[in-house]
Design a protein around this ligand. Structure first.
Ligand code: ZN
Ligand code: ZN
Ligand code: ZN
Length: 170
């Protein structure tokens, strides 16, 4: 009877210890592997660059000193564009929608986010621009005081202090 009780108390501890050990091992194993994988990747990149080859495939770099072949150069370009478009749309959705607050133009190529109380130019020039501003907004959990406007309305507002859409008095 005593043996039985002891065993019951003993077992869960052992089981828990084993789980803990396995978890720790798993984490370490994962970390080691990740470090090794990163190291190998860096080494491979370095070797490819030394040979003047693409870092993603065995083809020749599109020009001397470049990191990618002609095909991967285009892929990276498209990827960068797509990811910054996604970011832009996400930001617009947080600041009133995907259209100009003044003239309702909804072509995202024309739209940008600026400071609502008129010192947008200063804020952008001094702190951040374009993609960097959008990344900053997302990182800072979309602070208030920004709005979506098209280039025309934004320019008119910055240059004349009013947008002709709204009239001089507005
Ligand atoms: Zn390539
Ligand atoms: Zn507009
Ligand atoms: Zn306007």
């Amino acid at each position: 009877m005593i043996r039985h009780n002891l065993l019951l108390e003993y077992l869960p501890t052992v089981a828990q210890e084993r789980i803990d050990t396995e978890r720790a091992y798993g984490r370490r194993h994962y970390r080691d592997n990740r470090d090794r994988a990163l190291y190998n990747k860096r080494l491979y990149t370095h070797r490819q660059l030394l040979k003047g080859l693409c870092v993603l495939c065995p083809k020749k770099a599109w020009r001397e000193g470049a990191r990618h072949c002609e095909k991967h150069r285009k892929d990276m370009h498209r990827f960068n564009h797509e990811s910054s478009d996604r970011l832009k749309l996400e930001i617009f959705d947080h600041y009133g929608g995907r259209f100009c607050k003044c003239c309702k133009v909804d072509l995202i190529e024309f739209l940008s986010v600026h400071h609502a109380n008129g010192d947008g130019a200063r804020h952008r020039r001094e702190v951040l621009q374009g993609k960097r501003l959008y990344q900053w907004l997302r990182r800072n959990k979309f602070p208030p005081g920004f709005e979506v406007m098209c280039m025309n309305c934004n320019f008119a507002l910055g240059h004349f202090g009013y947008c002709p859409h709204a009239g001089k008095g507005a």
